[in-house]
Design a protein around this ligand. Structure first.
Ligand code: AMP
Ligand code: FES
Ligand code: ZN
Length: 310
């Protein structure tokens, strides 16, 4: 197979794009895809300071690599979630990546923060799934780090596969409030929020894996151990089957949603957050979801210590 751009021997075949690329042309294509997403959605400008949330996985490290290559001012943010060997290994990958490229990195270890709560403890005490607890905790620490560091934008590595799976979940349950907020750019709705962007929202997981491989990025291959059995993975599998039978399905699903259906949902999005009475961060009730979770953990832990059933 020949490269669609230069006719050299192709190394990668992207069925969804009906294209094949040699190594230099694939790297060019990948970077251009990110540049286009940023420009098309007005995600950020070269003057702004970006906080890039990096998990140690291929997507966020590939994204950080591209943004730095494109000349953006970036700082990485790694959250130590306290998930045993997985967290230790992913932290090491992020540290190595930042050190070898001379990029600034902030590390927030959840267990050392004021609440002192790592994900496994929150999940165990509240009997929530680890992923549910993790989502709330991660969002809070992303927002807090962006605010504290005076960043303009928070960038995450969510890719096309993540967005398609999330969309499928939201559609299957018609979660209209979630559909209203499923966008590649979320403008701040509160003075303590910064803009949140996902430059890889149209870039498939396979593409980021190829990019990471070609650029020699050493990333954590294992999924978080709590992800096994998560509904999100089931949706990803279903979408992969659809994609295999009909290449381009995921791209069309997400792109068409954003073009033709999403505006109708975001119009009805009316709620604006107030200030959390505990921590001052944005909240939709008296306290934010993070403080509400921490309060629940503290109350249940105190009850258990006093000998009462949890
Ligand atoms: P996930 O929620 O694991 O699918 O990850 C989605 C995105 O959230 C990643 O691409 C990263 O940008 C960010 N992220 C996930 N885990 C972490 C972490 N431990 N530290 C910093 N960012 C993270
Ligand atoms: Fe949050 Fe796995 S990364 S539970
Ligand atoms: Zn709060």
């Amino acid at each position: 197979m020949k490269c669609t751009r230069c006719r050299a021997r192709a190394e990668v075949h992207l069925r969804a794009h009906n294209s094949a690329f040699c190594r230099p042309c694939f790297l060019f294509f990948f970077r251009r895809q990110v540049e286009r997403a940023i420009a098309h959605e007005r995600m950020c400008t070269p003057e702004e300071h970006l906080l890039v949330a990096v998990s140690g996985g291929k997507d966020s490290l590939a994204l950080w690599d591209v943004l730095a290559e494109l000349g953006y001012r970036t700082t990485g943010l790694y959250l130590g979630l306290g998930i045993g060997a997985y967290s230790t290994a992913s932290h090491a990958k992020v540290e190595t990546f930042a050190a070898t490229r001379g990029l600034p990195l902030r590390v927030v270890d959840l267990a050392r923060e004021e609440s002192g709560l790592a994900i496994p403890e929150v999940a165990r005490v509240t009997r929530r799934t680890a992923c549910a607890a993790c989502g709330t905790m991660k969002r809070h620490y992303f927002d807090a780090a962006a605010l504290e560091g005076g960043f303009d934008v928070l960038v995450t590595g969510h890719n096309l596969d993540d967005e398609a799976a999330r969309l499928m979940g939201n559609v299957l349950r018609w979660q209209t409030d979630h559909l209203a907020r499923q966008r590649p750019v979320l403008p701040p709705t509160h003075p303590r929020f910064v803009r949140k962007v996902k430059p890889l929202y149209l870039t498939g997981e396979y593409e980021t894996a190829v990019y990471a491989f070609m650029r020699g990025i050493d990333y954590i291959v294992d999924e978080c151990p709590n992800a096994a059995g998560a509904t999100q993975l089931l949706y990803k599998e279903a979408l992969n089957r659809l994609e295999a039978a009909s290449p381009g399905t995921k791209l069309a699903f997400v792109k068409e949603f954003l073009r033709s259906a999403q505006p109708a949902f975001s119009q009805v999005e009316g709620r604006r957050p107030q200030d959390c009475t505990r921590c001052g961060m944005p909240a939709y009730g008296e306290v934010c979801s993070f403080c509400s979770l921490v309060r629940e953990v503290q109350a249940k832990t105190a009850r258990a210590a006093a000998g009462a059933p949890a």
